[in-house]
Ligand binder design. Structure first.
Ligand code: T1G
Length: 687
């Protein structure tokens, strides 16, 4: 065996050369890997006694793509295109041996091999669209030539991988070999190719065509999914080029479309998000090897919307749940909702009938807190009233076994106050799920003053296990997400008082890329959350709407009017309520520009994010962005509120906030941190 460099080596098994990549953690195509491959293939091709070449990887996976950390830096090492051409033009068969995840440039490398074999557990995909790019090493030109144009469009614009079995069915993989025997069976396959004198099958030589209307139909069908996003559109255009141009012309078009993306803000934002999501899992004072507790059984108190959704997360991960309510009828309703959700998933083909039963079989409904005694983690999802929570934790402290984790799902209350009602504040933590809890990916993990490091490490690991993106936050009113959301909601309401209509405000934020604006969101959630008829005094638009029975989508009307399919339209009734209220308050409405709406709803959020950092309630600015991407639908291609501020320039934000403070008062007082960074010409990334 010859070590070509520190990440690639070359060996011989009889008359088969074996090129092995070993570059943890995921064998990404770094400059060293590219240089190593270039030299290894040069030697293997130059070795007349080598009749074929197997390309394989050590470690957890086949090449998982280009090295994303190299983007935006001066290029080093052999260009990927040259490495791939050398492989594709080898005068002897090259067989790619795939395990783990052959993704992006990794799959593109396998595509220039003449044959591909894979173990059953392997996954193959081109996920570049998820980081705002397109497969820039021939993937858009080769994949459609093998799996067909429609399948290639789906894989490249969606970015999700397919399994080895499906890959074999589409011809992307020539043989599925036995798990754990990849190396020996790939070599055997290579010997067979040589023995049978099979041709040097080049994917680039395969034909590729599609009916012209296919792409029109595809773009129309995906208009909503692609809204505001450059990458999937360019991906589809590149595939279209494969059906219209000779291969080399298609490659040129792919390069043009790739360059447009890689130099743009959207890909910068999405690459930032890729690393930010992984950074969020790293807690500076909680080392990765901190011991964790076993969580084999979970207790959830409350079978309502939140309690049921929270329970489903654990049931989905195969963790038994005891769900406790105070009344049988509420408990039965909660269990019924969970079953209905699973049955709906089964109807959509996402679950089998036995999986529904298996998950329901893990759920134990109960009316007794005592049934939680042997749980390893108990989460309360009861009313958002501190007294109720304190009393409950006082009881739980006497019931639940020592060493169990006690958690509150509170969305803004003080976790330390609750912990103080127990004899074990070191085992107490906040686990703030976002509704619907079985769908939204964000989990704000609230670190109490006394929360133990092992509890934090346990919950961060558990979050990953139940498919959540966890962000560690500190105790303050509304933690990170809701604390910033409050800024936006306040300004949105003031803007409507002053002269804007709800639909104007919503449109500004929808056009920016948010899934919906604050008023549409209010209608969706229900305007009567926290509203009481007996104390309502027609003092706000929301109160007037609720008093008029307009409580949101569920009543067919809220800020908007809704048709039978819940399509929203601006409401003359709401407009009259707004105008009457303005008159009552003596407000003369003024025309308000979209720009002012945008700046007054977004900049105070950014400013609040700066305060959160100043107070140490979030570890890093990118954590705040991860909260907003995964909890509130901030468009990932814009990176998050703090990334966006860096892009706009902190001086621009601070100057506008100061201008607004002079006009509209101290709601716009700039945080000292934001002002300092702005004055120093810095960004939040400099923290
Ligand atoms: N480049 C650099 N680092 C990467 C990386 C990559 N492509 N993929 C993963 N890492 C790091 C990651 O930051 C983390 O580091 C560690 O590896 C483990 O990752 C030319 C242009 C492979 C499915 O988009 O989807 O090819 O935090 O925590 O959950 O056309 O990583 O430990 O220091 O995610 O087991 C296309 C991205 C690139 C694949 C493994 N490829 N990676 O998941 O581990 S662009 C991708 C993943 C491209 C070509 C184009 C996942 C994974 P650290 P992890 P995991």
């Amino acid at each position: 065996m010859t070590a070509i460099n520190e990440v690639v080596d070359l060996s011989k098994e009889g008359d088969i050369a074996v090129v092995t990549v070993n570059s943890p953690p995921v064998n990404a195509l770094s400059a060293n890997v590219r240089d190593g491959l270039t030299e290894a293939f040069k030697q293997a091709i130059g070795d007349a006694s080598a009749k074929a070449i197997v390309l394989i990887c050590d470690g957890r996976t086949f090449i998982a793509g280009a090295d994303i950390s190299e983007f935006g830096k001066p290029p080093r090492g052999a260009p990927l295109g040259e490495v791939l051409s050398a492989i594709e033009n080898a005068p002897k068969p090259v067989i790619a041996a795939i395990h783990g995840t052959a993704l992006g440039g990794g799959l593109e490398t396998a595509l220039v091999a003449h044959y591909r074999v894979a173990v059953p557990s392997a996954k193959l995909g081109l996920p570049e669209v998820k980081i705002g790019l397109l497969p820039g090493a021939g993937g858009t030109q080769r994949l459609p030539r093998i799996v067909g144009v429609e399948k290639a469009l789906e894989m490249i614009t969606g970015g999700d991988p397919i399994g080895a079995k499906e890959a074999a069915a589409t011809g992307l993989v020539d043989e599925v070999v036995e798990e754990g025997k990849l190396r020996e069976q790939a070599i055997a396959f290579a010997k067979k190719v040589v023995g049978e004198g099979r041709p040097l099958k080049k994917v680039r030589d395969l034909p590729c065509s599609a009916s012209p209307e296919l792409f029109d139909k595809f773009f129309k069908a995906n208009a909503k999914a692609f809204r505001g996003r450059m990458a999937p559109v360019n991906c589809a255009k590149a595939v279209q080029a494969a059906t219209e141009l000779p291969f080399d012309e298609g490659m040129k078009r792919e390069r043009e479309l790739f360059t447009e993306l890689v130099t743009g803000d959207q890909s910068r934002a999405l690459r930032y998000v890729f690393f930010a999501e992984r950074e969020a899992a790293k807690i500076p004072d909680v080392p990765a090897d901190t011991p964790v507790r076993d969580v084999k059984k979970v207790g959830v108190i409350g079978a309502g919307t939140m309690g049921g959704g929270i329970s489903m997360n654990f049931l989905n991960a195969g963790i038994p749940v005891t769900m406790v309510e105070v009344q049988q009828e509420a408990l039965d309703r909660g269990v019924g909702v969970i079953r209905k959700n699973y049955e709906n998933s089964a109807k959509r083909g996402k679950l089998t009938a036995e999986q529904v039963e298996q998950r329901m079989g893990l759920l134990t409904p109960s009316l007794n807190l005592e049934d939680l005694a042997d749980c390893d983690l108990v989460i309360e999802a009861v009313f958002e009233l501190m007294d109720i929570k304190k009393e409950l934790f006082g009881k739980l402290d006497k019931i639940v076994k020592q060493g169990a984790i006690l958690a509150s799902n509170t969305s803004y209350l003080n976790v330390d106050e609750m912990a103080a009602c127990t004899s074990r504040p070191q085992d107490f933590i906040g686990l703030h799920f976002f509704s619907p809890a079985n769908v939204m990916k964000l989990l704000e993990i609230v670190r109490g003053e006394k929360t133990g490091k092992d509890i934090i490490a346990t919950c961060m690991g558990l979050a990953k296990k139940i498919g959540k993106v966890a962000v560690l936050v500190g105790v303050c009113h509304g933690f990170v997400g809701n604390r910033m959301l409050f800024q936006r909601t306040r300004e949105a309401n003031k803007l409507v008082d002053e002269g804007a209509m709800p639909w104007q405000v919503d449109k500004v934020l929808y056009d920016f890329g948010l899934p919906m604006g604050p008023f549409a969101m209010g209608d969706l959630a229900g305007l009567d959350i926290g509203w009481k008829a007996e104390t309502s005094k027609s003092s706000t638009i929301r109160e007037c709407l609720c008093e008029a029975g307009r409580r949101g989508q569920k009543t067919g009307a809220g800020y908007y009017d809704y048709d039978e399919n819940r399509n929203a339209s601006p409401s003359p009734v709401t407009e009259k309520i707004i105008n009457d209220l303005r008159a009552k308050k003596g407000i003369t409405p003024r025309a308000i520009s979209d720009e002012e709406i945008f700046e007054r709803t977004i900049y105070p959020m950014i400013n609040e994010g700066a305060k959160i950092l100043e107070e140490g309630k979030a570890i890093r600015a990118s954590d705040i962005d991860i909260v907003w991407l995964n909890g509130y639908g901030w468009p990932a291609y814009r990176g998050g509120p703090m990334f966006y501020a860096n892009l706009v320039g902190l001086k621009t934000v601070a100057d506008k906030m100061n201008e607004f403070q002079a006009k509209y008062g101290d709601d716009f007082a700039v945080s000292p941190l934001l002002q300092r960074l702005a004055d120093e010409g810095k960004t939040f990334a400099d923290l």
